[in-house]
Design a protein around this ligand. Structure first.
Ligand SMILES: Cc1ncc(COP(=O)(O)O)c(C=O)c1O
Length: 372
């Protein structure tokens, strides 16, 4: 069965013939007098039918051995990190979602983890870092906000040679565009809050993995003990979002390719960062591991920070708001949003390309730019 069919038909269970599944809001489930499980569920923090359905659907789409869903992308990532033994080394790619960078720098040392930040696009830096000892390699591809593309296959092979696991945060790409487990990664993380939910109205996160089922036991136990649980309603909404993921991504990607190509022609723009533009420094890797360029673009303006903020404020169809992956286009000056410690260039705007007509998006962007 093709993945887009699985997104609609898995799980195949139906309750009382209902074509749209019910939402199980119950926090507790009947058990036997000696605590025997009668219905497969016990207490909402340990498991819920809607969360189980979502996990089954995620694992099927991702081609994973299993998937575990969490209350947010951050909770999903933190659960993987919490399963590491104190003294473990995690090597993060340097262009990293801001809150994961803060977690790595401020919190993980308190957990006894050694955190290194490196340029994992550079093979010689990788071999230096990995030779120093590594347990988990963590990368986003494409990365946030510089849209760097990392060679997942090569990094996974190199990590495997050091007995290290690889976590790919595939939030920007989704499984429609990129399939990290097929390329050798151990874990795929998604902020389900983005494209997977797809409508800017639900938060969630997931880890899909390949390998031993005991991986799931560790993640589920961490979720139960630390409480990063996904609510049944949110699980239901995300499952509904997944049913249209393949259709939506086709349009997000087509729109983004058109917008990226148009931006490259504008004289006020100094650089467009989009994986499927031949000008992208990792274009060859992007062609080999991404079926299209995704829906996220970052671009830089010749005029610097002030021009970038002017453009963001002149836009009419793009809303200035954080997050991404919804049906509506969003724009963000990441350096402002991330604050003083941001590593985002001051002249960079990140746009999440929505499902509007691409001609309207290009017209809006061009109207917001300084005169040619
Ligand atoms: C690439 C990436 N990973 C993870 C996250 C965290 O996801 P959440 O906000 O669902 O916790 C984000 C949030 O923006 C993100 O952009």
């Amino acid at each position: 069965m093709h993945h887009d069919t699985k997104a609609i038909h898995i799980p195949a269970r139906r309750s009382q013939g209902a074509v749209a599944p019910p939402i199980h809001l119950s926090t507790t489930f009947e058990h036997g007098p000696a605590g025997e499980h009668l219905h497969g569920f016990e207490y909402i923090r340990s498991g819920n039918p809607n969360v189980d359905d979502l996990q089954e659907r995620l694992a099927a789409i991702e081609g994973a051995d299993g998937a575990v869903a969490f209350g947010s992308g951050m909770a999903a990532g933190a659960a993987v990190l919490a399963t590491l033994k104190p003294g473990s080394t995690v090597v993060f790619h340097q262009d990293l979602y801001f809150d994961f960078r803060t977690l790595a720098q401020k919190v993980l040392p308190n957990w006894g983890l050694r955190c290194q930040i490196a340029d994992l696009t550079d093979p010689s830096e990788r071999s230096r870092m990995f030779a120093d000892g590594v347990d988990l390699v963590w990368l986003e591809s494409p990365s946030n906000p510089l849209i760097e593309v990392l060679d997942i296959r090569a990094i996974s092979q190199e990590a495997a040679a050091c007995n290290a696991d690889v976590l790919v945060d595939g939030t920007f790409a989704t499984p429609v565009v990129q399939r990290p487990l097929d390329l050798g990664a151990t874990y795929v993380l998604h902020s389900l809050t983005k494209y997977m939910g797809g409508h800017s109205d639900v938060q969630g996160g997931s880890i899909a993995y390949r390998g031993d089922p005991s991986v799931a036991d560790g993640l589920v136990e961490t979720r139960r003990l630390t409480g990063g649980v996904l609510s049944p309603f949110n699980a239901w909404l995300i499952s509904r979002g997944l049913q249209t993921l393949y259709c939506r991504m086709e349009r997000h990607c087509r729109n983004a390719q058109i917008v990226a190509e148009a931006l490259e022609t504008h004289t006020a723009v100094s650089r467009v960062r989009y994986p499927h533009l031949p000008s992208h420094p990792n274009f060859d890797v992007a062609q080999s591991q991404m079926s299209s360029g995704g829906g996220m673009i970052s671009f830089e303006l010749k005029g610097g920070r002030d021009t970038a903020i002017d453009v963001a404020s002149n836009l009419k169809l793009f809303t200035n708001a954080t997050s991404l992956g919804g049906v509506e286009s969003l724009v963000e000056h990441r350096a402002s949003v991330e604050g003083a410690k941001s590593t985002a260039p001051q002249n960079l705007l990140r746009v999440s390309i929505g499902l509007e007509n691409p001609e309207d998006l290009v017209e809006d962007l061009f109207a917001a730019m300084p005169d040619r």
